[in-house]
Design a protein around this ligand. Structure first.
Ligand code: DC
Length: 231
């Protein structure tokens, strides 16, 4: 079995990870893992089932029984199906992000989601987007990036994204929520948000997306940058 290459892209919310990771996966013809969507889906499923989000074991059981599927629509948009329901739009709301951040702090919940994430590692390769892809889930990944941007810029990007989707939120409250979430994600005891020792740190503040994509692709050897068909 040849070693299946993985490129991990970790970083805080609003750093452009989602857009960059998808674009890089497309360019390479590799599979794409949106691990944040998995945590969001579990947070949502737990809320649907009235599970106490502060109870680690109860949420871990919920994670184990939640069926999460990713489907690519004809438009190319990635849809997330949670227990048979298309939850794509709901998952993007800040409430889902906050629920994800709360349940992601529980070690049994993280443990329950490891196998699911490992199953995304398939030929010809995987771009794994998250917070702990390079540190915990794929520590042996040969290519690792930690993507970041200033909190102000991340809040502005999130604001624009939500506005385009018809969701109206106040920029100040978004900045406040993002800062609080960063603090929780970086300060938690299990899998805190931090760059892997062998990650290349890329700061996207004030940098056009196309340039950030090239910068991320540059961590791969030339021969892997030739696109191939995903299987
Ligand atoms: O990337 P995102 O905003 O969709 O992530 C939502 C939350 O899920 C985030 O606050 C932290 C958590 N998360 C995590 O703990 N580990 C991951 N690999 C991905 C997301």
């Amino acid at each position: 079995m040849p070693r299946i290459p993985v490129l991990t892209i970790d970083g805080p919310s609003g750093s452009g990870k989602g857009t960059i990771s998808r674009a890089v996966a497309d360019r390479l013809g590799w599979h794409y893992l949106d691990s944040g969507a998995i945590y969001r889906a579990v947070g949502l499923a737990a809320a649907w089932e009235n599970v106490d989000l502060s109870d680690p074991e109860a949420v871990a059981h919920c994670a184990a029984r939640t069926e999460i599927r990713f489907e690519t629509a004809e438009s190319g948009e990635l849809h997330v199906i949670v227990n048979g329901k298309d939850a794509t739009r709901q998952l993007r709301m800040e409430t889902a992000g906050a629920a994800a951040s709360a349940i992601a702090a529980h070690p049994p919940v993280r443990a329950a989601l490891v196998d699911l994430q490992h199953r995304f590692r398939r030929l010809p390769g995987l771009v794994a987007d998250g917070r702990d892809m390079g540190t915990v889930i794929f520590p042996d990944a040969p290519y690792k990036v930690f993507l970041t941007a200033s909190a102000g810029e991340r809040a502005k990007r999130r604001h624009k994204q939500l506005k385009e989707k018809g969701v109206s939120v106040n920029l100040d409250s978004l900045l406040h929520e993002i800062a609080a979430r960063d603090e929780r994600d970086a300060g938690r005891a299990v899998a805190p948000l931090k760059p892997a020792d062998d990650a290349v740190v890329v700061d996207s503040t004030g940098t056009p997306i196309t340039e950030v994509i090239e910068r991320v692709l540059s961590v791969l050897p030339e021969k892997l940058r030739q696109p191939r068909q995903a299987s």
